[in-house]
Write a protein that binds this ligand. Structure first.
Ligand SMILES: [Fe+2]
Length: 277
């Protein structure tokens, strides 16, 4: 028994420091490394040049390119589908990623995601413009009318398609999606009603611009975006993919900072150019 006790104590002496080290790694080292990486990443993107014609915050409305009346007609249908998901409580929480406006703001603020397509390999943000990797989920069959509508959008191929909803009344933490200023993700953000208080934010001037349209393409790199808290259910949808060649031909290409393509288009195309006062 003494030998057994000795062996047990010896084991304890070995396990205890490992446990402490793991805890230190989890609570001190990992967050510190992430904070440094985040600071470096934000510094890189903030120093990136953008076309002088661009003024943030801004977004490009896509209402002129999609059938808004058909979109609005899907409102009750999508709300019913989301209500089923709220009851089931199985959807993944939405994660803003590390590039939040404030270091300690919630990365999982309360919204949830219904994935209508999923990647064939573990999710990487860089895969949003690789349609070959994406396939429909069984949830897409629940929202077949929505999927039919998405097929009318000006994409030649689609990749990630998702519904982002919140019934907790929490805000979506302002964040950037990534920091690759030379990567332009082609996507359409849209909604069937105007209830979600979704905004773009220029953190230098603290100016917010609320999206007033049913659909938009926006610069998710050189400015922040987020949503205010709101009672009741609010939701939006996003489709990523590759715009059709015909549609892409209409879009001005910046000489540098490709991620700002939507911003350049917004700021050089009239109605979307001026921030709301
Ligand atoms: Fe985002």
């Amino acid at each position: 028994m003494g030998a057994a006790l000795g062996a047990g104590l010896a084991g304890y002496r070995i396990l205890c420091p490992m446990g402490v080290l793991k805890r230190i790694h989890r609570t001190v080292v990992k967050p510190s490394v992430e904070a440094v990486l985040r600071a470096v990443a934000l510094r890189v993107v903030e120093r990136a040049k953008v076309d002088p014609r661009i003024t943030y915050p801004c977004y490009k409305s896509f209402d002129e390119f999609i059938d808004v009346e058909r979109l609005k007609s899907l409102d009750g249908y999508i709300k019913e589908g989301i209500a089923r998901h709220v009851r089931a409580e199985k959807d993944q929480p939405f994660n803003t990623g590390a590039l939040t406006l404030r270091l300690f703001s919630p990365k999982k603020p309360g919204s949830r995601v219904i994935h209508l397509t999923q990647s064939k390999r573990p999710f990487r943000y860089q895969d949003l413009d690789k349609p070959d990797l994406w396939q429909r989920t069984k949830e897409a069959d629940e929202f077949s009318r929505l999927m039919d509508f998405v097929s009318t959008f000006p994409f030649k191929r689609t990749a990630r398609i998702m519904i982002l909803y919140d019934d907790s009344g929490k805000p979506v933490t302002p964040h950037r999606d990534h920091i690759s200023v030379n990567v332009c993700h082609e996507f359409i953000w849209f909604r069937t009603n105007l209830e979600k208080p979704f905004y773009m934010l220029n953190h230098r001037t603290n100016e917010k611009r609320y999206v007033e349209s049913y659909s938009a393409w926006f610069d998710s790199v050189n400015q922040f975006h987020g949503s205010e808290a709101r009672d009741g259910l609010s939701f939006s949808l996003r489709v990523d993919g590759l715009f059709s060649d015909e549609f892409r031909a209409r879009i001005p290409t910046p000489a540098y900072n490709l991620a700002s393509s939507s911003a350049l288009w917004a700021c050089t195309s009239g109605a979307s150019a001026k921030p709301r006062s």
